[in-house]
Design a protein around this ligand. Structure first.
Ligand code: HEM
Ligand code: HEM
Ligand code: SF4
Ligand code: SF4
Length: 392
């Protein structure tokens, strides 16, 4: 490594946190590609500009997505990263791996690529960072021989992704892992053959804590919710009181709709006013539990700011049973059909809905308009429904 001089990057190793520079240096001993990655990055720091180009189309036979072409703008100076393509590997539901499965993946990537990987990208996939065009087919063959598959990229269904759900979490209101598995298999065509106007991300969170940030980061978010009352274990609540916890300050005062009261060592919740923010359940996990009548809320249209500003998802269906997924499949397909017909090139579904108007959209996908279809809690009292006019 004596020939590798990276004084600016070395600065990053000095902080309190583990540094990717240290990691890259470890790999640089094994992979000339990583050495050139460090060199190019150092040059970027020196010159204060990036030297990556977005590439042309690269991929594997039969798939339209899964590989993102990436090239150095200075291939003569840094031949190791003249190609540095990124491969998205479809992650297991909830990101559970066995040690054997991880070793399998690491061996494949050590053999065919830079050995650098990211667990996990914001789309959800395990991302293999950096290989050359000639290694793409061999990587794909090695992955599929072991039953792995590529994830989505480009204008396709992105790899569906979920929280750990019922596998580890008592808050899960439906089986996020089963639904992710179901959608991944049902929509293989949409995942591997870009046919949409733009990307379409589906994220599944088991409860309103929304650990996958579906409300902000997915075109379609499926967020677990309950309909009946929060389950209360009064004995466990009394233990919290006895422990000296500041129940008033930590729970009662923080309930956004002020629907909690405490009498002696008993907690009372006016569930008709509960907006299911999860705060009390998160704070008193031994005493409070999500209700028994469980399902999911379907929110549509979130995206990060790229061309237009950021959008949050709007509620499309406030409660859907998740015992089987047929009603959901049906809704997803109607949404895609509408987007196919009315969407513009590179327009996300949320932007499409903004452009055509929510009322036209919900009519187009065959949903009845209801007051819960909101983008954010309402702050404008001047909303009139058709019935209101009819009464006049
Ligand atoms: C002009 C340069 C670049 C631009 C404009 C760019 C832009 C983006 C955008 C918009 C995304 C989000 C895509 C999505 O929402 O799914 C993304 C993701 C990503 N990019 Fe880049 N990128 C650039 C260069 C690079 C380079 C040089 C690398 C690696 C060497 C890279 C690696 C990645 C990875 C690993 C992800 C995340 C993948 C995932 O979450 O699944 N990008 N990039
Ligand atoms: C000074 C240098 C760097 C800084 C300050 C930095 C910072 C960050 C931050 C803040 C995030 C978002 C984390 C999150 O929201 O979870 C991120 C994500 C990421 N970084 Fe870095 N990073 C640096 C260098 C690198 C390098 C050199 C690589 C790869 C060789 C890399 C690969 C990634 C990837 C793949 C992601 C995830 C992208 C995604 O989730 O879509 N980063 N980085
Ligand atoms: S979203 Fe809810 S169910 Fe899923 S892991 Fe987070 S807290 Fe648990
Ligand atoms: S979930 Fe939120 S709104 Fe509902 S009772 Fe608890 S703190 Fe109040």
């Amino acid at each position: 490594m004596s020939d590798l001089k990276t004084p600016l990057l070395d600065e990053l190793e000095k902080g309190a946190w583990p540094s990717f520079v240290k990691d890259l240096k470890t790999m640089a001993d094994k992979k000339p590609m990583v050495k050139d990655l460090l060199r190019q990055l150092e040059k970027s720091y020196t010159d204060k500009r990036g030297y990556w180009k977005h590439g042309g189309l690269v991929g594997v036979m039969g798939y339209g997505g899964g590989v993102i072409g990436r090239y150095s703008a200075l291939p003569d100076e840094f031949p190791g990263v003249s190609h540095f393509h990124t491969v998205r590997v479809n992650q297991p539901s909830g990101w559970f791996y066995t040690a054997d499965a991880l070793n399998e993946l690491l061996d494949i990537w050590d053999e065919h690529g830079s050995g650098l990987l990211n667990m996990h990208g914001s789309t959800g996939d395990l991302v293999f960072l950096g290989t050359v065009t000639d290694e793409l087919e061999p990587t794909f063959r090695a992955l599929t021989a072991k039953d792995w598959d590529l994830g989505g990229s480009g204008s396709d269904l992105r790899t569906p992704s979920c929280c750990v759900g019922p596998a580890r979490c008592q808050n899960a209101c439906y089986d996020t892992l089963a639904l992710t598995y179901d959608l991944t298999h049902k929509y293989q065509d949409e995942l591997h053959r870009p046919m949409f106007n733009y990307k379409f991300k589906i994220k599944m969170s088991g409860c309103p804590n929304d650990c996958t940030a579906a409300i902000a980061r997915s075109d379609l978010g499926i967020i677990g919710i309950w309909k009946d009352d929060i389950q209360v274990d009064q004995a466990a609540f009394a233990e919290y009181v006895d422990s000296g916890m500041d129940i008033q300050g930590a729970v009662v005062d923080k309930c956004p709709t002020k629907c909690i009261s405490v009498e002696g060592k008993e907690i009372k919740i006016d569930n008709s006013d509960c907006v299911k923010c999860m705060h009390c359940i998160n704070t008193l996990p031994k005493a409070l539990k999500v209700g028994k009548e469980r399902g999911a809320a379907i929110v549509l249209g979130a995206k990060a700011p790229i061309v237009e500003g950021a959008l949050f998802g709007s509620v499309m269906v406030p409660f859907m049973k998740m015992d089987d997924f047929e009603e959901l499949h049906d809704l997803i397909e109607r949404i895609w059909e509408f987007w196919d017909e009315h969407g513009k090139n590179r327009e996300r579904i949320g932007e499409c809905v903004e452009r055509v108007g929510l009322a036209n959209f919900i009519e187009g996908i065959g949903l009845e308009p209801i007051p819960q279809m909101i983008k954010e809690p309402r702050d404008n009292p001047y909303i009139f429904y058709e019935e209101y006019y009819e009464e006049e």
